[in-house]
Design a protein around this ligand. Sequence first.
Ligand SMILES: [Mn+2]
Length: 357
Amino acid sequence: MDNIHVACALDCGMTIPAMILAYSAKKFANSHRKTIFHVLECEKGAFPSYGDYLLNSEFFEIRHHLVSLNAFEDYDLSIAIVPSLAAFARLAIPDIISEAERVLYLDCDVIINRPIDALFDVDMKGFALAACRDLMYAYFMHHGEGPPQDAGKILCQDPDSYFNSGVMLIDCQKWRDAGYFASLIKVLSAPPAPLFMPDQDALNIVFKNEHLKLDSKWNVRASRYDLSKDEELEKLIIFCADDPWIIHFMGKAKPWIRFHQPTEFHRLYWALAEESPFLSRLISLYETGPSENTAYALKKRAISSDRHIWEFLFTLSRATEKLEHVFRLQQNLSIRLGTLGKKFYEKYLNTAEITRS
Ligand SMILES: [Mn+2]
């Protein structure tokens, strides 16, 4: 049987969550079929080798790829909730992991909750990409809520086709043959509207009618909202949450960030961590990350008083490291806003104070 190829991409801010993800992949791995877990390190040492020593076995192998994202630094990323350029590494997977025919890409904020053979072997029906509908997004777009985004309006004339890019099955050969990387770069360089979630929006523009929809249980959002306006969607979301195959701690629901609102899956995450070799590291990540009080103090001192930026910042992996990191990140973010993003941001979120540093 062919090897199973899984990949995640990270910088040093996501080391521990990536290791817990890798542990979940190993826990549910098929012992008769080798799983190769590719770590796309966008910063040297993002996945330290102690992870390999603790996880590698006869049927499970961590494989490292050092990825340079310089190519993305020059793009005008509009207002992005892109916490780290590592988000873009997924676009280049078929070029980075040239040895694999198929790769299952996973965000670092997910955990696997059942064997993934069935997902990995899915009939992709000739498509280069398979992904799950973004149910939350569909709800927002149907009911006129959620982030105000031009891109959303353009993309979501059919909200049900919009997919989440946190779990993606990729046919590498097809992706390369069709030149999808170039198409994605083209969209990012000259987006039809400011992109709010640039990697995911660009993917949705390029693959709008050219992807396979996966069973929604393969990418279940951990946090829940009041969905009472849409009974059908609510039913589907409850059905998926009842038996999630992959759990995605999207947005403000990271179990390693102390003051994030806990979800019904936080206990499962910590129980998984407890059986892994990484519990003590997760605890120290949790303890050294910002508490509600420090977050509040920082927020008051911040250049930008905008709530959204801060919500995003603390959602980010890096906010769980030293607090100075948060400031550095905020500086990076304002550099990356660019003119287009600045306009977008001012228009919609009413912040005139974001400056280029
Ligand atoms: Mn995610």
